[in-house]
Write a protein that binds this ligand. Sequence first.
Ligand SMILES: Nc1ncnc2c1ncn2[C@@H]1O[C@H](COP(=O)(O)OP(=O)(O)OP(=O)(O)O)[C@@H](O)[C@H]1O
Ligand SMILES: [Mg+2]
Length: 281
Amino acid sequence: MSGLRIELEGVTARHPAASANMRAAIDQLSLTISPGEHVAVIGPSGAGKTTLLQLLGAALKPSHGRVLMDRDPVWSLSTRNLQRQRGQLFYAPQSPPLPPRQRVIVSLLAAKLPELSLWGSIRNLIYPQHVDEVAQALSQFDLKEKLWERVDRLSGGERQRVGLARALLAPAKLWLVDEPLSALDPTRARQAIATLVREARARQVTLVTSLHQVNVATTEFPRVLGLRDGRLVFDLPGPEVTQERLSELYAQFEYELAQVETPHALHEVPPVKREIRVGCA
Ligand SMILES: Nc1ncnc2c1ncn2[C@@H]1O[C@H](COP(=O)(O)OP(=O)(O)OP(=O)(O)O)[C@@H](O)[C@H]1O
Ligand SMILES: [Mg+2]
């Protein structure tokens, strides 16, 4: 499976619930993301990162401009074809909405639904199939022992990693991952992003992720988008995102930059031996 190509052409977007006098959440944005590309989106809180991911995932309709997936303008597609396109996407929201009391295994298997028949889906709920595949995905995020655990008995960080492990089971060509590291301690965060990037590369899927950890974005992603007030401030290879660029992007929000850790290369990360709980979701 190869990645999805995605384009925004002069896209402006407002959230339906936003008051009329609010500025657009995304303002006249044009962008092309090639199949298999890995892109990080950074910028201060409220910059429009989540909104951008929603636009790329055809979850929010722009008020102006076009969104194209593999050159098809998604909002001109028939309902059936739009559903088909959405079936090629995997979207991991900032806080994965995992139903309480659900087992981890069932939650992961839900990611496979686009490729399962109705009978296959029902059977999976009653007698979970693909156990080895799910265990393998969980082990990539150091969660193998949580296979049969209930999701409401996991820590916030574990839940977030379960949300990421779902990507490995999804039959998707585009992974959209919103703030995958927000509930993780720095070591876990770097391991999780390394896994995500490695697995996306192995599957040749297109990966777009929003991040508050600018060091992770600039060291691990070949392309970094700097977003502020719904506009693109820069679109650069990670190593070219200088301190000056970051200062410009985060001007008046420097405290958000100050909260992030100092840079470490991922290969320096030692294997983690113990779970660090960061609070319950
Ligand atoms: N559901 C919504 N209804 C109305 N306005 C919204 C909604 N979601 C976001 N907005 C507004 O759209 C703008 C962009 O928000 P968005 O969530 O995309 O920012 P963000 O960069 O993801 O921020 P954060 O880093 O805090 O997650 C903000 O001004 C926000 O208030
Ligand atoms: Mg957000």
